[in-house]
Design a protein around this ligand. Structure first.
Ligand SMILES: Cc1cc2nc3c(=O)[nH]c(=O)nc-3n(C[C@H](O)[C@H](O)[C@H](O)COP(=O)(O)OP(=O)(O)OC[C@H]3O[C@@H](n4cnc5c(N)ncnc54)[C@H](O)[C@@H]3O)c2cc1C
Length: 460
């Protein structure tokens, strides 16, 4: 879906102030990867938009920041690629990967017409560029302003109450309030949106930046998974290199007891990342997060809708959240423009968008959760990876999953699973019962997830 665009700069219909209350067409709560791009699309379409964030930008957030072809494509349509490259972030063009005994180095697939393969720009820079873009497009941007309540009328949400940095209460009214306010969404809490497809994370993540890391062009992401360890590293903006350790959750207290030493030992234990940061200087204490369960939330109702992490969070190991927030901003903008423009009823347009979001994200949610799982990689899974990796550029279909060009079920087919199992049984290098148990579990998980798709279990 695209978004109808009006020529910029847009003469905003925003901010009619009546008796201390300001009126807009849409109020967006949260101004990062979901909120600001959505506000940009809406303002370009001629709507009066106010985007509110409690943060003052530039502002950091708990997130690493690799995004791939599909996210780059949206950023290109937003017109910010040059600004992102001006941060010094190189295109991430290839991958060096080791998963147990399988090692692969290859170019990330990039098709004719793609704006670029992947980028990694720290959040204070990325998010500020997105906020600036929204402002330039004509959106009213209010930072240092925390939304504390909703305005409702006859069971419909019709605005927000917010507290400015100067301590003043404001009321921003609109026929639609968008919660783009992250996984702990205030809007979701205030409307009572329930969660479903909840999956606890099995690892925790800590990352830090290094100066003087030595990597050679073309820039590569290094991904290394061995025993129960997982380390990722790649160049980012301003000449820095980010290294990330994702140990199993069971090791959290021993890891954080001496955080800096544990972190350094962990990332240098990865031959791929360790070689790049050998002799480089870490620029600060590692930052991290331990609790990030995956979930979906009820995402639309009378006068409200949730986008980005507010409506759905998935395990961050494969780096999907930023691109998804950007992609959702485009499709949601289309639904809002149609709903507020009268070509479809707003509530119907939003409910359909929510269904699209779930269809778009559900398989990827399970795929990401499997990628972030702790414990040994199931042998049949590893065998499927091995079969692909045995050809030059053979892992393209796996990266096409990450770019939403293929669904996980297009690649991880029952036939491939059975072929991999049969190969393992023929080789006899693994106990037969173990192989059968792992294959059975993978197949059973698949069936269970298909059932959940039809009948999600909802909880708060
Ligand atoms: C450990 C970790 C690592 C990750 N690494 C990656 C990665 O490498 N690649 C990737 O693509 N994704 C990654 N992600 C996911 C990514 O961070 C998110 O998917 C992305 O930030 C979602 O953007 P968002 O705009 O929906 O939410 P957020 O980025 O969380 O933004 C929400 C905004 O809402 C504002 N807000 C909240 N409440 C209020 C309120 N009451 N009033 C006003 N403002 C409010 C906040 O200040 C914030 O600015 C990672 C996530 C985690 C936890």
């Amino acid at each position: 879906m695209g978004v109808t665009e009006a020529a910029e700069p847009h003469a905003s219909a925003a901010g009619r102030a009546v008796g201390g209350v300001e009126e807009f067409d849409v109020v967006v709560v949260g101004a990062r990867c979901a909120g600001s791009p959505l506000a940009t699309h809406l303002a370009r379409s001629g709507l009066g938009v106010c985007v509110v964030d409690r943060a003052e930008f530039p502002s950091d957030t708990i997130s690493t920041h690799f995004f791939q072809v599909e996210g780059v494509a949206v950023l290109d349509r937003l017109g910010v690629i040059e600004r992102l490259l001006a941060t010094g972030a190189p295109w991430i063009e290839s991958i060096s990967m080791r998963v147990e005994d399988i090692s692969v180095s290859q170019r990330l697939p990039c098709r004719p017409g793609d704006a670029g393969p992947g980028l990694c720009v720290r959040r204070p820079l990325l998010d500020t560029i997105l906020v600036d873009r929204a402002r330039e497009a004509g959106a009213e941007v209010r930072t240092s302003m925390r939304v504390t309540g909703l305005v409702e009328n006859g069971g419909r949400v019709c605005g927000v109450r917010a507290l400015g940095g100067d301590g003043r209460q404001v009321e921003l009214r609109a026929p639609l309030v968008v919660g783009a306010d992250g996984m702990g969404s205030t809007v979701a809490r205030l409307v009572g949106a329930r969660r479903y497809h909840v999956v606890p994370n099995q690892r925790f993540g800590y990352w830090a930046y290094f100066e003087g890391a030595h990597w050679e062009a073309p820039a590569a992401i290094s991904f290394e998974r061995w025993d129960d360890e997982l380390v990722i590293g790649l160049p980012t903006d301003s000449g820095l290199y980010i290294a990330m350790a994702l140990p199993p959750l069971a090791r959290l207290s021993s890891f954080t007891a001496d955080l800096e030493s544990s972190f350094d030992a962990h990332v240098t234990a990865s031959p791929l990342v360790g070689a790049v940061i050998d002799g480089a200087g870490r620029t600060g204490r590692p930052r991290g997060m331990a609790g990030y369960p995956g979930f979906f939330r009820d995402s639309a109702g009378p006068g409200w809708v949730l986008v980005g992490d507010a409506g759905h969070f998935k395990d961050p190991t494969p780096g999907q959240g930023i691109s998804d927030a950007l992609r959702q901003g485009e499709t949601l903008a289309q639904a809002i423009v149609e709903g507020l423009g009268g070509s479809r009823a707003l509530d119907v347009a939003l409910a359909e968008w929510w269904r699209w979001r779930d269809d778009d994200a559900l398989e990827m949610h399970w795929f990401c959760s499997d990628m972030g799982a702790a414990g040994p990689v199931p042998r049949p899974f590893l065998e499927m990876v091995r079969a692909f990796a045995s050809h030059p550029d053979g892992l393209d279909p796996w990266f096409d999953i990450l770019s939403h060009r293929l669904a996980p079920s297009d690649v991880l087919t029952p036939t491939r699973l059975l072929t991999a199992t049969a190969r393992l049984l023929r080789q006899g290098s693994e106990p037969r019962a173990k192989v059968m148990r792992e294959t059975w579990k993978m197949a059973a998980d698949d069936v269970h997830r298909k059932r959940l798709r039809k009948r999600p279990v909802r909880n708060i």
